[in-house]
Ligand binder design. Structure first.
Ligand code: SF4
Ligand code: SF4
Length: 454
């Protein structure tokens, strides 16, 4: 790896990984727009990693914007709030983009709603204090994050209060904020850094104070110079540093961000806290600022609707529970040659077909690919070229994991540490035999999880 980047221990990059085309041009320069309130939202009671929520409402009950709909019943969980004023409909089951069927609470919109600029101002507007973090007790910050139902908005959907809390046994000296957005096509984090940098800085200071971090660094890939400029301006005088990192996938993965900025290696299967670090995403810390400074629960998020298969790509502020179909309609519908709809981006996302699927907290966008984009060679047998091993950023052996998963061989997949795989897709991207390595690994992981329950 290269030399150190100025002011940091790391070199701004990590070993292995790939360089897929960014394809951010569809939506990167389009300002965030507020989508009109839909007639109905459907709120899955499981929008996060951890225990599902328990419904707090009954059919026909009237609810208001921000009211708790699902209550967290475990430490690793996050409550769910209504993004609209309305009336609760009969509970139902919905299918998430990853294929999981989960209970959900539908709410029909009724009465006045916050719309357009008023809604944008409610969530991201106003003054974001840069000097008040020290006035809060760290536990109070973590509690406010918990009450607001904040989870990792970069896609992981891990409850944020669990990460952002004081830990005397394992002190954290550095908070890293992920502004890389290395996944092709996706642009919500970029737009947040351009349009709402002050909220990101305020949330970073609050999160850093909560974990006791001595330094806070925002990592941004060097193909986003306007975002670097915007964040540097907003961070002036706060002590927060901006690290320009190499454009490389998966630069935004927690472990690789830590390596790039701090040259610390998180052990296989380990967590950032084991090397004294905590990692959050720019959208997540902006939500933290809202939760602590404005007492606002997480009801909306920014998503992009992008790709050559959508008529009018956009970045949108949307309520949780709106359907992907409504996002697509609002963006002018699919083009004639649209071929695949992906929740997220093409490297880590899930292709799905049911457009009634609701948007959840971890959904960063929807990418619509065309026939030309998805045209691919037929799958052939593994030619043992080793390219998947050469690019795996976690030093796994993807070919063994794929074969073991395909053959339902629990011993092989466990021997080759399948659960450490972050499903980044570098192996599939590079495989000349077009093997669906990540899909096979996901199957293998499900097999391991099922065997653990027996
Ligand atoms: S095995 Fe997992 S971590 Fe390694 S390249 Fe493939 S998807 Fe990424
Ligand atoms: S890249 Fe594909 S063909 Fe090459 S070793 Fe890996 S699985 Fe086999």
């Amino acid at each position: 790896m290269g030399l150190k980047i100025e002011g940091f221990e790391g070199s701004g990059t990590f070993e292995k990984g790939v360089h897929p085309p960014g394809r951010k041009n569809f939506s990167t320069d389009i300002p965030i727009e507020v989508i009109p309130t839909p007639k109905k939202v459907v709120l899955p009671m499981s929008q996060h990693i951890g225990a599902p929520c328990a419904s707090q409402v009954k059919a026909k009950q009237e609810v208001t914007f921000g009211e708790v709909i699902g209550k967290a019943k475990a430490f690793v969980s996050a409550p769910i709030h209504s993004p609209i004023n309305g009336k609760v409909l009969k509970a139902a089951n919905v299918t998430l983009p990853n294929g999981r069927r989960v209970p959900a609470i539908p709410i029909k919109a009724e009465g006045d709603q916050l719309e357009g600029k008023a809604l944008m101002d409610e969530i991201f507007g106003g003054d974001w204090s840069k000097d008040c973090a020290g006035k809060y007790d760290p536990k109070a910050i973590s509690d406010a994050i918990n009450d607001a139902g904040i989870v990792g908005l970069g896609g992981a959907a891990f409850p944020t209060h669990v990460k952002i809390m004081p830990n005397e046994d394992k002190p954290i000296d550095a908070l890293l904020i992920n502004g890389c957005e290395c996944e092709p096509y996706l642009t919500p984090d970029y737009r947040m850094m351009i349009e709402f940098p002050e909220a990101i800085i305020a949330g970073s200071l609050l999160a850093g104070h909560a974990v006791g971090a001595k330094k806070i660094v925002i990592g941004i890939e060097d193909n986003k110079p306007k975002a670097v400029e915007s964040m540097e301006k907003a961070a002036a005088g706060t002590g927060i540093k901006i690290a320009r990192l190499k454009t490389k996938y998966p630069q935004g993965s927690e472990k690789h961000l830590i390596m790039s900025v701090m040259k610390r290696k998180v052990p296989p299967g380990g967590l950032p806290i084991e090397v004294g670090a905590a990692v959050s995403n720019v959208g997540t810390v902006a939500a933290i600022a809202g939760a602590v400074l404005k007492k606002k629960p997480l009801t909306h998020r920014v998503v992009c609707v992008t790709g050559a298969g959508i008529n009018n790509p956009k970045n949108l502020l949307v309520p949780m529970g709106i359907s992907y179909g409504e996002l697509i309609d609002f963006c002018g519908g699919l083009t004639k040659d649209a071929a695949r709809i992906i929740s997220g981006g093409p490297m880590m996302g899930f292709a799905f077909a049911d457009l009634s699927t609701p948007v959840t907290k971890g959904a960063s966008g929807v990418t619509i690919l065309t026939n030309k984009d998805v045209k691919k060679a037929d799958e052939t047998a593994c030619v043992r070229c080793g390219r998947c091993v050469d690019v795996c950023p976690l030093d796994l052996v993807p070919s063994k994991l794929a074969v073991g998963s395909r053959n339902s061989n629990l011993d092989v997949v466990q021997k080759y540490n399948i659960m450490a795989c972050l499903e980044c897709g570098c192996c599939s991207y590079t495989c000349p035999a077009s093997l669906p390595i990540v899909q096979l690994i996901r199957m293998g992981k499900a097999m391991v999880a099922a065997s653990a329950k027996k």
